[in-house]
Write a protein that binds this ligand. Structure first.
Ligand code: 3HC
Length: 306
């Protein structure tokens, strides 16, 4: 018999493009109540507006009914700016979707483990950071690693890696930390399936399967541009028309965010020590300049302000 996720209420930390997408598919497809939190109230407001637009578009296209849309909207509640994680005490699972930064994630997971019940699943949408490191942050300092408390605390941490745009991309990558329990994995997998996603499983290695393959591809495309092998448009067109990719690698890097690409590439490089993962200098310079792609309005391409 397939495992049931038993998730009735989900906390989502971070209302950027990933967090918002996760909130959207959870409310619409898995039909769970969602508590959405972001440090920036402006980010939440623009996110909710975008979610309304997506729901309206799906109703207009006949993909969902007006009632489905309204119910999905009603299921998403914003957590007060001051309460933060404390307002998530009764959730069954949290998905963290903040920036790709190890110490930020470790601090968040430490706080979650202190504030929430030991039965709450703590999932991270990290795209490359070790789940084992994140899980270790949930164990109180000084606690014996073999104690029941330490084991239970870290056993509920799991990687649940969604893809952008979450409402469209059909995959979730499931990553087990060294400490993750089978029950946590089963419930996380069942939840992702309820969100309408196909699940693949990866070991906890830098970048997992998806980004260990994708980021060197994007990095290599930037190196081609750096070396003058071809123009921006010729690199992207080659992959779009020659390999039927929906976006060229430069365009895709900017869609993801060049800062995120650099952070993942650095994780691959430092995590493996393999020089084949060295980030392109041009990628580093683009990030230094704040030319991050779509989100900052400029990258290798320019994006008119909305
Ligand atoms: N949010 C929600 N829905 C979106 C969206 C968004 N940000 N952007 C596009 N869509 C929807 C549109 O509404 C449309 O839906 P419809 O079929 O119901 O009308 C559908 O996607 C197609 O959109 P468009 O017609 O506007 O544009 P395209 O046909 O060019 O598709 C795309 C846009 C889906 C983004 C397509 O270009 C694509 O698949 N690109 C590759 C995306 C990709 O590879 N993502 C993975 C990134 S890696 C990652 O996320 C991992 C991380 O760890 C780095």
């Amino acid at each position: 018999m397939a495992a049931t996720h038993g998730i009735r209420t989900l906390g989502v930390l971070g209302a950027g493009q990933m967090g918002l997408g996760i909130a959207y598919v959870s409310a619409l497809h898995a039909r769970v109540a969602v508590r959405l939190y972001d440090r920036s109230p402006a980010q939440i407001q623009s996110g909710l507006k975008f979610m309304d637009k997506l729901l309206e578009k799906d109703v207009a296209k006949g993909k969902i009914s007006q009632t489905d849309a309204q119910e999905a909207k009603d299921r998403v509640q914003v957590v007060s700016e001051h309460a933060g994680v404390k307002d998530m005490r009764d959730v069954d699972m949290v998905v963290e979707a903040v920036s790709e930064n190890l110490s930020l994630k470790q601090n968040i997971f430490r706080e979650l483990s202190q504030e929430l019940s030991p039965n709450t699943i703590l999932a991270s949408n990290t795209s490359s950071i070790s789940l084992t490191k994140i899980a270790a942050a949930t164990v109180l300092e000084g606690l014996h690693a073999a104690s029941e408390e330490a084991r239970k605390s870290a056993a509920r941490v799991v990687g649940l890696h969604f893809f952008n745009p979450v409402p469209v991309m059909k995959l979730v990558e499931l990553i087990s930390a060294l400490q993750t329990s089978q029950e946590t994995l089963d419930r996380a997998r069942a939840f992702a399936a309820a969100c309408g996603k196909t699940v693949t499983v990866s070991k906890d290695v830098p970048g997992f399967v998806s980004n260990a393959l994708l980021m060197p591809f994007i990095n290599e495309a930037i190196m081609c541009l750096e070396k003058g092998t071809a123009t921006r448009d010729d690199i992207d067109t080659t992959l779009k028309l020659g390999m039927n990719h929906p976006m060229g690698p430069l365009q895709l890097g900017e869609f993801i965010g060049l800062d995120t690409c650099l952070a993942i590439q650095q994780t691959l490089y430092t995590g493996t020590g393999d020089s084949k993962y060295r980030p392109s200098i041009l990628l580093e310079r683009m990030v230094d300049a704040g030319w991050l792609g779509k989100k900052s309005g400029r990258g290798f391409y320019e994006y008119p302000s909305r």
